[in-house]
Ligand binder design. Sequence first.
Ligand SMILES: Cc1cc2nc3c(=O)[nH]c(=O)nc-3n(C[C@H](O)[C@H](O)[C@H](O)COP(=O)(O)OP(=O)(O)OC[C@H]3O[C@@H](n4cnc5c(N)ncnc54)[C@H](O)[C@@H]3O)c2cc1C
Length: 493
Amino acid sequence: MSKFSLRNMAGAMWAATSLANAVCGSAVELAARLSPDAKVYGPNDSNFASVTARWSTYSAPGFAFSVEVATEQDVAETVKFANENNTPYLAVNNGHGAIITVGKMQEGIQIHMRGLNSVKIADDGKTADFGGGILAKEVIDGLWAKNKQTVTGNCHCVSLAGPGLGGGHGMLQGRHGLISDNFVSLKLVTADGTITKVDKDHELWWAMQGAGHNFGIVTSITSKIYDTNRPLWAYASFIFTGDKVEELYTNINEKLLKDGNQEVDIINYSYFTMDPTVDPVNPVIMFFILQENAVLVDEKFTAPFTALGPATSAAGAGDYRDLSVWTGNAENQTFCQKLGFAAMRYPVELQVYNVPAMRETYDTFTAGLQSTPALGFSVVLFEGYSTQGVHAVPAPSTAYPFRESNLLVSPVMLFQEDTPELAETANALGTQLREIIHKASGEPNLRVYVNYALGNEGPEAWYGAEQWRQDKLKTLKSKYDPEGKFSFFAPIA
Ligand SMILES: Cc1cc2nc3c(=O)[nH]c(=O)nc-3n(C[C@H](O)[C@H](O)[C@H](O)COP(=O)(O)OP(=O)(O)OC[C@H]3O[C@@H](n4cnc5c(N)ncnc54)[C@H](O)[C@@H]3O)c2cc1C
């Protein structure tokens, strides 16, 4: 009882309805079952808004209270408690998941995992144990201090488990594969509240590497780690005006992507964005080439782009930790923040840029922003990581379905006044942009990276259209989560 704050008890006064009273009573009861460092925050607690804040306000989940777990047993106990009380629950690290399916969770329990953020490197230096609520920045810094690294997402504020359970793209994937390809074992709280170790011998292993959000709550991850024997990175960045779309993406295809043969130490990354200092009326194209083990990006890569006549260009060098900073994803930079924006993403996997479609995408995006200035913060993101480590893993061996793809493209509609009309306009534009890109790709099936999904695409788009993949996932789901306790994030069924 002591762990549920007095402020929350006072909050029960606010709880004029019987529902709210019941919720407050439940929170007190749950708090009594948790470890001494766990906390339960209710809506009237001053911390509640910050612990439940989301990166995107659109179709956000709603929580009756938030459990700040301190041990894996707290997670198990909360799951059991919620099951006993027929209350839904959702694991949350930093609330950067922006799929609209999580909005179906209302009046549930947030199981806030941030207390589980430890890093423990094994004596042999080949693996490390990470807490299930750890963020990318904590992984990077914790390992770097010991001259180690592993695959993480590029955004400091995104967790390891969130991306990893859906695959997990990152700057080191060309060397070491996806985040999930580096998993050695996971501790998992399953739907009945038991704690299970899942490793390569467990039936769920395949599913946890690509569709893992559907099967439980990960309390810790044992992952491969690597010596930082190529610590240096360099960047070359360019801003191009819209008239350069064709030449830019032709160059990226021919000089960098090379039909899926981009060098392992090269990453290309671009986005359409408004930058009034360069063009006050039309979006510009921000373009990066990142090179590992270099202090200056090799001129053979930069020269074709310099020759196009960028509006501005810059270059610099640092180490792996600087990649997030250069691309605007560091903890104090814009992409990381919870600024009260609604975000709607429309991802599609590609092999190569279709240049006429890139022109159509740019023109459609431009017209969309000009007719609806409230969408002016939106971007269209084009991520071209190196892929050797991802391609090296046999495709059928994990639930991650799109190993063959080379590019991750994502129109991201961003807006602040979250009104139904604006959301409808944003959805129309985002859908149109994705259709242009997908149609031009010639791919019969829409391939959607589950961690970027809008949420209306469906299991075949998220987990692969092959019947055997769908059947296997459904069989596992009905065995391990028959009541759909973990069906708020991109549900299999
Ligand atoms: C700014 C930004 C940058 C991004 N950069 C990258 C990137 O570089 N690479 C990449 O691959 N993706 C990236 N993403 C996408 C990212 O993978 C997803 O948004 C992901 O859902 C975020 O996970 P989270 O834990 O941070 O968010 P949360 O909202 O806390 O969690 C997302 C979902 O994961 C599940 N979940 C969370 N914790 C656990 C757990 N411990 N056990 C089981 N299930 C759990 C829940 O269903 C939850 O709804 C980025 C997203 C944003 C917004």
